[in-house]
Design a protein around this ligand. Structure first.
Ligand code: HEM
Length: 429
């Protein structure tokens, strides 16, 4: 069996194919957009909530981005107050919206599309494995510290690198997959199957085959762990207990474990990759802030939050309005689709001074980069811990880090969903 460290040390061409923000956007069936902020900021300044989809409101075709339902009237929320409230009031602005998109149907019911007690029943037994304490101890000791050490040791032997591929991409997919219990040689095939299971450019047959592969690989792992428990998340899930409405308890079914593992491994391998990339992109473009950080490492957790506020990797999430509602003074009828524009909300000038500026010294205030309310990001502490260790390693081991002027300048790309840099070509030493 290949060890995790030797798999990580191997140059793998599949990483370049899987972790390319522009290709991922197009494969997701979305158009590319250069800089959405001028348009979404203008809309937020004109009013907290508008009738129309984000795409239409910023001058793109109705189906330009994901999370589009042509048969439903669509509204979009832009202010911090409106987006935050819609995240919190999940019984009105419902997460059942995810059931209306193809991806959820294939995965089965995960916590993402559940509401109220149904959601709590599934999320509560899983939450402790992703708490701040678990992130800083179990996740860090089991997999994050070693992953970062292995990757940075490979990088530091050279004088140049693309940190977006060699560090930002490789770390989270490895951390979340190894944390769940996949063997080293299963990690990339599983990611390819996850990717293909929802790829808009694949045929229906290819998508179905990939969905079967995801299910087969997860079922095999769950059965292995039921027979012989290990120290990993899949084992923990096979041993966890769900509390029913009448107070009785039962184990998770295999289908429930599959749906939730599918969701968590997919989310965990994609978002942190792009968000760490955005963080390093912002620091490299603001050398004076990088200097402040080098002088005060205690600011690192703040940097992660500021980068997610300034430019979250996902600038939009959807909700289904299930009862007639009034959101920040705007009436929205039951049955409407609601787009929550996190990007505009996180730069709301009524909450942040000079909000377009990336500023690691600004006072910390909660943003909606990790959502909010009952569905707020389950993996946020694991993600932050990964980014904290990775940023520390970059500052410890890659002195005099700077852009590589011989390479095309990096820029932030993607759709409204799933944004990140084109690359992070750097020199050091
Ligand atoms: C910087 C990285 C990340 C960002 C910006 C992010 C953002 C978000 C957001 C905005 C939501 C809310 C979705 C909704 O309300 O519909 C969410 C939910 C979720 N995230 Fe993350 N996420 C990140 C990393 C991760 C990681 C590393 C994991 C797993 C290890 C993860 C797992 C999840 C799960 C399972 C949910 C659904 C929770 C629920 O429905 O109760 N995320 N994330």
């Amino acid at each position: 069996m290949t060890s995790y460290a030797s798999a990580l040390r191997k140059d793998d061409p599949r990483i370049r194919q899987l972790f390319d923000v522009e290709a991922e956007t197009l494969h997701g069936g979305s158009m590319l957009i250069d800089d959405p902020f001028p348009a979404i900021n203008r809309l937020r300044n004109e009013g907290p909530v508008h009738k129309g989809s984000i795409a239409k409101l910023i001058g793109y075709p109705e189906n330009a981005f994901r999370h589009h339902l042509p048969e439903r009237t669509t509204y979009s929320a832009f202010s911090f107050a409106a987006v935050s409230r819609a995240f919190i009031e999940n019984q009105t602005y419902s997460s059942k919206v995810w059931n209306l998109f193809e991806g959820s149907a294939a995965r089965g019911d995960s916590m993402l599309e559940k509401v109220g007690m149904e959601h709590r029943r599934i999320r509560d037994p899983i939450q402790p494995f992703f708490s701040p304490e678990a992130a800083e101890s179990w996740w860090s000791d089991k997999v994050i510290a070693e992953t970062v050490e292995t990757l940075i040791s490979e990088i530091e032997r050279k004088r140049e690198a693309d940190l977006f591929l060699e560090l930002c991409a490789r770390m989270p997919v490895h951390v979340v997959s190894a944390g769940f219990g996949f063997d080293a040689e299963e990690i990339i095939p599983f990611r390819i199957a996850l990717h293909d299971s929802a790829r808009a450019t694949a045929t229906a047959q290819e998508r179905q085959d990939a969905q079967q592969t995801v299910k087969r690989m997860l079922t095999r792992l769950i059965e292995r762990r039921r027979r012989g428990p290990e120290n990993d998340i899949v084992t923990k899930l096979t041993q966890a207990e769900v509390t029913e409405e009448d107070g009785t308890t039962r184990p998770f079914t295999t289908e429930e474990i599959i749906a939730n593992c599918w969701l968590i491994v997919l989310a965990g391998g994609g978002t942190t990759w792009r968000q760490l990339g955005i963080t390093l992109f912002a620091l490299l473009n603001h050398p004076e802030q990088f200097e402040i950080l080098r002088g005060d490492r205690g600011l690192i957790p703040r940097v992660v939050l500021e980068s997610a506020r300034w430019h979250a990797t996902d600038l939009m999430f959807p909700r289904l309005v299930v009862k007639d509602a009034v959101l920040e003074g705007v009436e929205i009828p039951a049955g409407a689709l609601l787009h929550l524009c996190l990007g505009a909300a996180n730069r709301d000038p009524t909450r942040w001074e000079n909000p377009d500026k990336f500023d690691i010294t600004r006072p910390v205030q909660r943003s909606v980069a990790f959502g909010g309310g009952p569905h707020s990001c389950l993996g946020q502490h694991v993600s932050r811990q990964e980014m904290v260790l990775a940023l520390n390693a970059v500052m410890d081991r890659l002195p005099n880090l700077r852009w590589d002027p011989s390479k095309a300048p990096a820029k932030l790309v993607g759709g409204i969903f799933q944004r990140g840099p084109t690359g992070l070509p750097v020199l050091f030493g």
